[in-house]
Design a protein around this ligand. Structure first.
Ligand SMILES: NC(=O)c1ccc[n+]([C@@H]2O[C@H](COP(=O)([O-])OP(=O)(O)OC[C@H]3O[C@@H](n4cnc5c(N)ncnc54)[C@H](O)[C@@H]3O)[C@@H](O)[C@H]2O)c1
Length: 333
């Protein structure tokens, strides 16, 4: 029997999300091992590398080029994603880039162009809701006819607090972007237009309420509130012509005491999406080993950025912004 095949993964940026990916790869994905880590904060990089038995790379580019790295995970701040994705495509290495693929649609378009020019899909974007068992069951209900035809979708996305979405535009490009991708996949439909409003008219517009109209006519409401104080809370309900389907909270316990029946709400995204992150990584590692990296693709990342750009414009203008998705390149057929 030969040696089991193992994907050697390099991780760039090991803060909250990157360290979680390293932990999951090490503990839950036997087909992979973390070989190298780079973080702009050397102490952070060292401590995560030591725990994972990985070495510390001197720079992001040297990690990407390293002979010890077969595939790369990008978990740095949003504004760095496009440039690092270009470097990974240049090196021909399968990549899992955390969402968003880029800060602007111009940048994500350039990443798509580079990937198309390389002739191979290499980049998967970290839209992990597509791997969440609850969202998958919701999609099955929405598309399977069980609740009739979907007419309206209600989404809620609340964080207790966020250190990454700190401006009105960033709330859309960095947080709402999850819903902007998820609804296309949930409904197997494209977005036609978006309006975004906020009760906060001066300064950081948090919360925001978006109304999205899909090409089929289905309407979607999205509330994003990244400083909701009480906890991390993601909900979604699909209203169909014959019934509704809603996400329920993942398995937890309820406690009855002192005259109250209560269920704890975690304030951390990992607790809610732990299964999705593991399934996402397992799938991406398998795809990377067979050269089959597919979706959510760089194209999906770009379309989400196109919708986000329209959302930012809509928030500024107060009017509906049309979403013009460019033709899909054959690579992503
Ligand atoms: N898919 C999800 O559910 C999810 C959840 C959280 C965060 N994210 C995304 O993951 C990314 C990281 O978020 P986070 O919460 O871990 O942030 P974080 O601030 O906790 O971690 C970022 C890390 O990157 C390092 N860093 C900064 N610039 C760097 C550079 N140029 N090169 C190398 N390292 C650099 C920082 O030192 C830090 O350790 C963001 O893009 C965020 O949008 C995705």
């Amino acid at each position: 029997m030969g040696e089991p095949v193992s994907l050697r993964v390099g991780v760039i940026g090991v803060g909250a999300m990157g360290a979680e990916h390293v932990r999951n790869l090490t503990q839950s994905v036997p087909a992979a091992r973390v070989s190298e880590i780079f973080d702009a904060d050397p102490a952070q990089g060292r401590s995560v590398a030591v725990a994972a038995g990985a070495s510390v790379a001197p720079s992001a580019q040297s990690l990407i080029d390293s002979d010890e790295v077969d595939a790369v995970i990008i978990c740095t701040p949003d504004f760095t994603h496009a440039e690092l994705s270009h470097a990974c495509i240049g090196a021909g290495k399968p990549t899992l880039c955390e969402k968003p693929l880029a800060l602007t649609a111009e940048e994500s378009s350039a990443v798509v162009e580079a990937e198309v020019a390389s002739g191979r899909q290499l980049v998967q974007v970290g839209f992990m809701r597509r791997y969440d068992p609850g969202f998958i069951a919701l999609r099955d209900a929405a598309l399977g006819g069980e609740i009739g035809l979907p007419r309206i979708v209600h989404c809620v996305h609340r964080n207790a607090r966020s250190h990454t979405s700190t401006s009105s535009a960033n709330l859309i490009t960095g947080s709402m972007i999850h819903e902007l991708d998820m609804v296309r996949w949930l409904l197997d439909d494209e977005v036609a237009g978006i309006t975004v409003r906020s009760p906060i008219t001066n300064g950081f517009a948090d919360p925001q309420l978006a109304t999205i109209d899909m090409v089929s006519g289905t309407l979607v409401s999205v509330e994003v509130f990244v400083n909701a104080a009480y906890g991390y809370d993601v909900r979604c309900e699909v209203v169909g012509t014959a019934g509704t389907a809603s996400l329920s909270a993942p398995q937890s316990i309820s406690t009855r005491r002192a005259g109250a029946d209560s269920v704890a709400i975690s304030d951390h995204f990992v607790a809610r999406f732990v299964d999705a992150y593991r399934l996402e990584l397992g799938d991406w590692v398998g795809a990377s080993l067979t050269g089959q990296v597919r979706s959510p693709s760089a194209w999906d990342g770009h379309v989400a950025n196109v919708i986000a750009a329209a959302g930012v414009e809509a928030l500024r203008s107060g009017a509906r912004a049309e979403v013009r998705v460019p033709p899909r390149p054959v690579l992503y057929a």
